[in-house]
Design a protein around this ligand. Structure first.
Ligand code: ZN
Length: 203
C-alpha cells in the first residue's frame, strides 16, 4: 500500500488543529532564527570548538615523573650558586615533550647543561638540559640525536610532541630533566620559575 493511500490527507492537512501546529512551528523557527548563536551552542561540535584549547603540556608526563629534585633559585647542593631552572627526576630515557608549540632555536652540548635543546614559543624560550644522546651534524643540518630519534635545528614542534629523552649528561648526579624558561620579549626579560607554569599545564 502506498503512503499516500494510507494517509491521504498527509500532504494537505485540514485546517484547524494542524493550522495551529503549523503556526506554532513557524513561530519556533522564527524565534530560533533570531538567536543563531543559541542554536550553534547546542551542537557538540560547537561546544568542543568553544572549549579552551590545551596548549601547554608538562615536559615529563605523570607516568615518568618521580619528584622535583631541585627548585628554582638559590641552592647549596650539589653545586652552590643560583639554580636557573627546575629539576625533575625521571628514569633514564623518559620522553621529554615540548611544553608549547614553537621552533627549535638552539641545540648544543655543554659541560654544565650537557646535551641541551632550546625551543622558542611566543615570548619565551624553553631550555631542556642533561638530555640523553648527542648533538650532531646530520646531512648538513645540526640535529639532536638519540638512538633513532632526531630533532633538527629550525624544526617546528607542537605542544605535547616528544622532542628529547631524559639523560644525565653535563653536571648531573643522576637522570633528571633541568628545565629553564626565559622571557625574551617585552618587559622584564629574565629567567622565570618554571614551577607555577608547570602546575597550570596539562599532565
Ligand atoms: Zn638543574
Amino acid at each position: 500500500m502506498k503512503l499516500s493511500q494510507r494517509f491521504p490527507l498527509l500532504p494537505f492537512p485540514p485546517l484547524g488543529v494542524d493550522f495551529l501546529t503549523m503556526l506554532f512551528l513557524s513561530s519556533c523557527l522564527f524565534l530560533t532564527s533570531l538567536f543563531p548563536n543559541y542554536q550553534q551552542l547546542e551542537t557538540p561540535e560547537k561546544q568542543r570548538e568553544l572549549a579552551p584549547k590545551i596548549e601547554a603540556y608538562r615536559p615529563i608526563t605523570r607516568e615518568y615523573f618521580q619528584r622535583y629534585s631541585s627548585y628554582f633559585g638559590r641552592r647549596t647542593n650539589p653545586y652552590p650558586g643560583n639554580h636557573e631552572g627546575l629539576d625533575i627526576a625521571a628514569p633514564l630515557g623518559s620522553p621529554v615533550r615540548a611544553w608549547k608549540s614553537g621552533e627549535v632555536v638552539r641545540l648544543s652540548s655543554g659541560r654544565g647543561c650537557g646535551t641541551n635543546i632550546t625551543i622558542k614559543a611566543e615570548n619565551y624560550q624553553y631550555r631542556y638540559c642533561h638530555l640523553q644522546g648527542t648533538v650532531v651534524t646530520w646531512e648538513t643540518k645540526k640535529a639532536y640525536l638519540n638512538k633513532g630519534h632526531r630533532l633538527y635545528l629550525g624544526q617546528k614542534v607542537k605542544a605535547g610532541e616528544i622532542v628529547a629523552f631524559v639523560g644525565s649528561t653535563g653536571y648531573s648526579t643522576g637522570p633528571h630533566l633541568h628545565i629553564e624558561i626565559k622571557k625574551i620579549k617585552g618587559k622584564n626579560k629574565r629567567l622565570i620559575d618554571p614551577l607555577p607554569l608547570l602546575k597550570k599545564s596539562q599532565w
